[in-house]
Design a protein around this ligand. Structure first.
Ligand code: HEC
Ligand code: HEC
Length: 383
């Protein structure tokens, strides 16, 4: 390691003075800081990132359960203070620890103290719940991810209602955890953050040793990686289940030709049947243009196609929201509350760009507009 880097690390994470003992093995430290990174990315993309940050949000959301499963392997079969049985969840020990704090006593814990231990388990549980509710919401709202064949829009929307409150709960738990680290570090005159970086704590004053159990690094690795492999397989199996409630993947060619002559041909999922009927009922006065088709058979075919594939026939967030029209302007997709809400953050000059060509030109920014999916990962604004 180059000396300047060594110096920098010593600055950020100074070694304890005098003799020290190794408390946190590299597995625990790597888990801790990777989890901090993944949760940080998930929180930023989730709270302020908007729809176009969803891909990054999902990457972080996949990393979190993978990290936790690997940590469980180490917790069951690793050694020293990494093992779960060195910090068992115990109400009795936690209450005793609180009593110590109240009485101004300080019993040293080299590993997690009993309150910290409870927080570790609680945070892992809440994180897994956040990942599960997010996956269910993704399935219900976008028909994406491993549960997409199993969860309808209404269930997904309901579960989505839990995803964000759980995320706020986690924010509060992280704040409490940070406070605990500060409080215990100050009380015990120890740099606990540095210990989570280099892994060592001062040998004095003496503290109870971890349970004398032999570490099985191979077993720890195999069980962690095995659990990730099994979870991956289950997720893969689940995601091959047939998916219902999707808009038609391709547009009817006659429709695309006729109704794509002046603007992008809109997927039938973008309006309920009643709106398509009304719109097709008066093509002569179509937003100030004459869009009549001439051939009545062609007219009927397009009308049938639109009605048979209208918003009622899909089960995505988009199709459900497109049922709710703006009474002042029911024909326009771009007048619906949902559309306005989703695009409220985009400045008018972006829509005015030549390569965008107006609000109604969905396919300029949504690469999958013709499939009616409008998946967040397919958004790309041309510059
Ligand atoms: C002659 C040109 C023309 C043809 C052909 C045409 N349209 Fe349009 N359409 C327009 C214009 C102009 C607008 C208004 C665009 C605007 O104000 O941004 C419009 C708007 C729309 C909108 C509302 C879009 C929004 O901003 O929410 C829908 C839906 C629509 N058309 C459907 C159709 C369908 C279905 C067909 C085929 C039967 C069709 N159009 C054929 C010219 C046309
Ligand atoms: C200037 C580019 C642009 C145009 C044109 C545009 N969108 Fe979007 N749209 C976006 C962006 C960017 C977002 C994501 C906003 C955010 O991050 O919250 C978005 C979000 C959405 C969403 C919600 C998120 C999702 O992916 O499901 C839907 C649905 C949607 N747009 C539909 C439409 C439809 C329908 C049209 C055409 C009538 C349209 N958009 C036109 C840029 C555009």
């Amino acid at each position: 390691m180059p000396p300047f880097l060594r110096n920098l690390i010593d600055r950020i994470a100074p070694m304890p003075r005098g003799d020290s003992v190794r408390v946190w093995p590299w597995t625990v430290r790597a888990f801790h800081w990777s989890l901090v990174l993944a949760v940080g990315v998930a929180a930023v993309t989730g709270f302020v990132g908007g729809m176009s940050a969803l891909t990054l949000h999902l990457v972080a959301g996949i990393a979190i359960p993978v990290l936790i499963l690997l940590r469980i392997g180490v917790g069951l079969f690793g050694g020293g203070y990494a093992r779960f049985d060195s910090f068992p969840p115990s109400k009795h020990a936690a209450l005793e620890h609180l009593e110590d704090i109240r009485g101004g006593r300080h019993e040293r814990h080299l590993g997690h103290n009993p309150l910290g231990a409870l927080m570790v388990y609680a945070m892992m549980a809440v994180l897994l719940l956040i990942v599960l509710t997010g996956t269910a919401a993704l399935a219900g709202m976008f028909k994406q991810g491993p549960f997409r064949g199993f969860i309808g829009f209404n269930a997904g929307w309901l579960i989505y209602g839990l995803h964000q409150p759980l995320a706020w709960l986690l924010v509060m738990m992280v704040a409490a955890h940070l406070w605990g680290v500060w409080f215990e570090g100050t009380r015990g005159h120890e740099n606990l953050v540095a210990a989570m970086i280099h892994g060592r704590k001062a040998a004095e004053p003496p503290a109870p040793p971890p349970p004398a159990r032999r570490a099985h690094p191979l077993l720890a690795a195999a069980s962690g990686i095995g659990a990730v492999a099994v979870a991956t397989l289950l997720v893969y199996r689940a995601s091959t289940a047939p998916v219902g409630g999707l808009p038609p993947a391709k547009l009817d060619p006659a429709y695309a030709e006729q109704c794509g002559a002046c603007h992008t041909p809109y997927s039938p999922v973008l309006a309920p049947a009643a709106v398509w009927r009304q719109l097709m009922g008066d093509l002569r006065h179509h937003f100030g243009e004459d869009a009549s088709l001439g051939d009545p058979r062609l007219h009927q075919r397009i009308l049938d196609y639109l009605v048979a594939n209208s918003a009622e026939h899909s089960d995505t967030l988009l199709s459900h929201r497109m049922m709710q029209r703006n009474p002042a302007d029911p024909m326009r997709i771009t007048a619906t509350r949902f559309w306005r809400f989703m695009h409220g953050g985009i400045p008018a000059r972006v829509f005015a760009r030549k390569k965008v060509g107006g609000r109604g030109n969905c396919s300029a920014c949504h690469q999958d507009a013709r499939s009616g999916r409008f998946l967040p990962e397919n958004i790309h604004i041309p510059d």
